[in-house]
Design a protein around this ligand. Sequence first.
Ligand code: SAM
Length: 286
Amino acid sequence: MTSPVTNTTTKLDPGLYIVATPIGNLGDLSPRAANILAAADVIAVEDSRVTAGLLRHIGVKRPMQPYHDHNAEHVRPALVARMGVEAVALVSDAGTPLISDPGYKLVRDARAAGHAVVTIPGPCAAIAALTLAGLPTDRFLFCGFLPPKEKARADAIAEIAGIRATLVFYESGPRLAATLAALAVGLGDREAAVTREITKRFEEAVTGTLSTLAARYAEGGPKGEIVVVVAPPGEAPPPSAEDADTALAEALTRLPASKAAGEVAKRFGLDRKALYARAMAMKAPE
Ligand code: SAM
């Protein structure tokens, strides 16, 4: 069904309009978003084929200017100049622009040039996933995509392990199992949810601990787009000596003994000196 564009004739004031678009279900495009797209003088798009599909859905045709990671530096000055006299809309392929998508430098430069910046909020996979996961939402950290390489990923996870907030990660099917396993090692075996294909036909949210979820997906990642949501560190019982040893052994594969001891001490609330001594013993030849 086509969303009605209610007032295409309204002339927009010049400036930058940040327009959120659906993450799957086209019915999620708001009437205001449709009207802004219909009235914009130009739409900055990630992929013109994707946005052309959305515009077809609402029955409008507007000029598009590709704006993505590979050309942004080059086309941004001209786009910013146009905002002084025209309405420039920014969309990404799906969801809210700027959220793991290009756009923040466009907003920064638009503001610096004194142009109006208007937001048309709407779908965002991170927020939609939080509403499905059944985990605390009073405090959360959006972590975007973790680095694909093992060491960089483990370092990134270690950096956020002590944060008392629900964590939200974007992920793809093929990397899901490795990411869940790395999260289980780096964060401890917390409650989590794997949300997938949100607002689409095969939408699902699978909950469990990180290790059970890692085991579930070990045979191969599911298809489609994924958001992983992980519970904050709980008021967990003190870790067993075995847990601390496992974490220390893993940290020693990435870090020198003093740093490994520091990392594990912070994560488990244990004594750093004792852990350093244990790390040295673990490193010593038998
Ligand atoms: N700007 C978008 C937003 O507001 O959510 C995110 C863009 S980011 C490049 C794409 C990632 O968002 C996907 O790899 C996936 O992790 C997540 N994502 C987007 N749509 C999704 C959906 N329908 N279901 C689950 N995750 C989705």
